[in-house]
Design a protein around this ligand. Structure first.
Ligand code: GLN
Length: 351
């Protein structure tokens, strides 16, 4: 299976994108990614998330890397068909939907955009305003999920799932055992929701909102989907393969800025310093990262570091950033020119 179409069953309907994805199979950039994959496959430090038994079923060797350019070229290596739960990566995109539902000012009155420097599940609210710190920590994500419109839980979930479909170009399912386990064991998240209810930060629809939050975390994706999510943001909110708009253009910068400042849990500062790409990770082992205007990266490897970020994913993004000069604040040229490499103007022996 080589093209985006055959891999995902998406109705591409765009000859240029299809041709691009066919040519990308044999490209030097894909060979480069293949080398990266080989370089980090043997890295077997870290641990698989096991706070619920379903997540512990992941295999430590699973490892997929996918890059999608803003022009719709797709390069994938390793386990890019393996499904896993999106977990916290969903938070960035739900934030975008909440902004579309209510606008910037109202959303910001319920959730701030300040990094916490604390773990994603910390029970801490801004003392002056009682708002959760940002949409990427659990408290802020629950407050954000509360804002998703719909007449009932099913309708709200449907809106969430169709949003993800607009980004990735394909249908997504919920992993029901993961959802039910999160729901059965998520006392800490429940406590945060009630604390926020106490301060008037969320509606009293707590059970429905928590269900939605646990369901959004249980959406199944693969590394290719994560690259498409990021590439769509990189492309101003339009999926570069299907050409469908996933989010209003005006809100792309909101989502992307919070990804940059808060997306990698309490390692966001170091990530921005080293890698310099807006990104979001999840305890399922995924990372989605983007270079605005250029490309989206999706990585999957379930071995996590102490802060909950995928170890191999971190390494891959760091190498890509360094080798191609992709750090968003970089003003020097990278060793390799991305446009040359993705266009196939370089051979693998050139480096
Ligand atoms: N569902 C998880 C939780 O709420 C999300 C964790 C994550 O990916 N950081 O604890």
């Amino acid at each position: 299976m080589s093209t985006y179409e055959s891999n995902t069953g998406a109705n591409v309907g765009n000859l240029q994108a299809l041709t691009n994805s066919i040519t990308s199979v044999a490209s030097p950039f894909r060979a480069y990614l293949s080398d990266l994959h080989g370089k980090y496959q043997s890295l077997d430090e870290g641990a698989i998330a096991d706070y619920i038994p379903e997540l512990a079923l992941a295999q430590p060797e699973w490892f997929g890397i996918c890059v999608v350019t803003a022009a719709g070229q797709l390069f994938d290596v390793g386990n890019c068909d393996q499904l896993f739960t999106i977990q916290s990566i969903s938070k960035a995109f739900i934030f975008g939907l909440a902004l579309e539902d209510h606008g910037r000012e109202y959303v910001n009155s319920k959730v701030s955009v300040e990094p916490t420097g604390e773990a994603f599940n910390s029970i801490v609210l801004d003392e002056a305003t009682n708002r959760p710190y940002n949409p990427m920590v659990n408290a802020g994500a629950i407050a954000t999920a509360d804002l998703i419109k719909g007449n009932n839980g099913t309708e709200r979930l449907k809106r969430v799932l169709s949003m993800f479909k607009r980004y990735t170009g394909r249908d997504h399912d919920i992993n029901v055992p993961v959802f039910l386990s999160e729901k059965a064991t998520g006392f800490r998240n429940r406590a945060m929701a009630y604390l926020m209810l106490n301060f008037g930060m969320v509606s009293d629809n707590i059970d429905e909102t928590l269900d939605l939050y646990f369901q959004q975390c249980s959406i199944m994706v693969n590394a290719r989907d994560l690259a498409m999510l990021a590439a769509t943001l990189a492309n101003g909110g339009i999926n570069p393969v299907t050409q469908e708009r996933a989010i209003q253009e005006q809100y792309v910068q909101d989502v992307v800025s919070v990804m940059l400042t808060c997306g990698m849990y309490d390692a966001s500062g170091e990530w921005t310093y080293r890698v310099g790409m807006p990104a979001k990770s999840g305890v399922g082992g995924g990372i989605t990262a983007l270079v605005p205007g250029q490309l989206g990266i999706g990585t999957f490897s379930p071995l996590l570091d102490a802060k909950g970020n995928s170890l191999r994913g971190l390494k891959v993004c760091e190498d890509l950033s360094k080798d191609f000069g992709l750090h968003i604040f970089n003003v020097a040229k990278g060793d390799r020119d991305l446009e040359d490499w993705t266009a196939g103007r370089h051979q693998i022996d050139d480096w």
